[in-house]
Design a protein around this ligand. Structure first.
Ligand SMILES: O=c1nc2n(C[C@H](O)[C@H](O)[C@H](O)CO)c3cc(O)ccc3cc-2c(=O)[nH]1
Ligand SMILES: C[C@H]1O[C@@H](n2cnc3c(N)ncnc32)[C@H](O)[C@@H]1O
Ligand code: SF4
Length: 337
């Protein structure tokens, strides 16, 4: 066996709403509020998914959804009443409620709802095992035109606030969106700087832009990164980030075996229950098949919780998640069986 296990988390995906104030050109998930497919999930819908996740032995409820949809009057017109009737003013307040529901089902929340204020982060932190926000890139790219939430300074501020709150944090780079290789270097350096200051970056996702047929105005001339691009980026990451930060790629967006040989240590959340709503045409591999493939090459494939082992051992958990983390973790901070 090689020294360091390759880790993953067994999760379900709860896309609270697909309405978003941003208009990222690569996104096939977002829908305009007036679109027939726009939604705000009901509590019953969320509970049904949580139950299936709990029954399937998942430990993570990943909430990823559109950013500040209430800034759009159309959202309020169409979903404001649903939100109010459920007893909430904002989607983030509602998400806090869904996090409590997830904990009732024994699942540990990980929220990535785009840029949140310090107050919003403070409300969610005790209810989350870890939280996330992709930096995406420090570059000013055309794909982020009309995206107030993709201004790098706004993202960096939130990542810094999560550090102040000692929240184990997931961030990452999205590549192939019009940035340069120098931008990769700069993005990695600012993430390392923040980690040196707060010590909270548990993993960095190296995400390759993947075209999908979700949306009409998606940029079709963005070229998806090649395997060689990913390998180049992995090398840079290993040079710039300290090795306590896991390097994650999504095994449904690129075959992971070769990337692991170059230094990837984590395959993120894999779901036996829900699809990847961001890239719905990219199916999750079977966990057992991945395990067999990796073990045939001498790698141990080991399940973790949404909070990485190192932070479990340091005791970095929100008040409301502590009891469940202690039940689910083994002495080394991995998932107990
Ligand atoms: O299933 C997914 N999980 C995504 N995750 C979750 C991730 O796979 C794991 O759940 C985390 O590693 C926590 O265990 C993200 C987490 C973030 O904080 C930021 C971005 C992503 C992106 C995805 C995604 O597109 N699909
Ligand atoms: C949740 C995360 O998913 C990523 N994301 C959004 N759209 C795509 C796509 N087409 N391909 C790959 N990743 C994407 C962004 O980095 C976002 O922050
Ligand atoms: S990637 Fe996130 S922020 Fe961008 S449009 Fe899609 S949902 Fe909104």
């Amino acid at each position: 066996m090689k020294n360091r296990p390759i880790t993953y988390s067994k999760n379900i995906f709860i896309p609270v709403t697909n309405v978003c104030r941003n208009k990222c050109a690569y996104c096939g998930f977002r829908r305009p509020a007036e679109h027939q497919d726009a939604f705000l999930m009901t509590e019953e819908e969320a509970a049904a998914v949580l139950k299936r996740g709990a029954d399937a032995g998942c430990t993570e409820a990943m909430f990823a959804f559109g950013e500040s949809p209430e800034q759009n009057p159309e959202f309020n017109k169409r979903f404001g009443k649903q939100l109010k009737d459920a007893g909430f003013e904002t989607v983030i307040e509602y998400t806090a409620h869904l996090c409590r529901l997830a904990l009732d089902f024994g699942l540990l929340p990980h929220v990535n709802g785009g840029v949140l204020s310090f107050e919003e982060l403070k409300m969610l932190a005790p209810l989350n095992a870890s939280m996330g926000l992709m930096l995406e890139t420090t570059a000013d790219v055309q794909a982020h035109k009309d995206c107030p939430g993709k201004v790098p300074a706004a993202r960096l501020e939130m990542i810094e606030n999560a550090g102040k709150l000692k929240m184990p944090f997931t961030t990452g780079l999205l590549i192939g969106i019009g940035e340069t290789r120098n931008d990769w270097v700069e993005s990695l350096q600012v993430i390392q700087k923040l980690h040196e200051k707060y010590g909270h970056i548990q993993e960095i996702i190296l995400q390759n832009y993947t075209p999908n047929s979700g949306q009409e105005n998606i940029i079709r001339d963005l070229k998806p990164p090649s395997k060689e691009d990913m390998i180049d980026l992995i090398h840079l990451t290993k040079n710039i980030l300290t090795p306590d930060i896991s390097i994650q790629v999504a095994p449904n967006l690129m075959p992971p075996l070769e990337l692991i040989q170059y230094g990837v240590t984590d395959l993120g959340g894999i779901s036996p229950v829900t699809i990847d709503f961001i890239n719905p045409e990219s199916d999750w591999p079977e966990i057992e098949e991945l395990k067999n493939l990796l073990s045939s090459k001498g790698y141990e494939f080991k399940e973790r919780l949404p909070v990485h082992p190192h932070y479990v051992k340091k005791g970095w958990y929100g008040a409301e998640t502590e009891a469940r983390i202690k039940e689910l973790a083994d002495v080394n901070g991995y998932r107990k069986y």
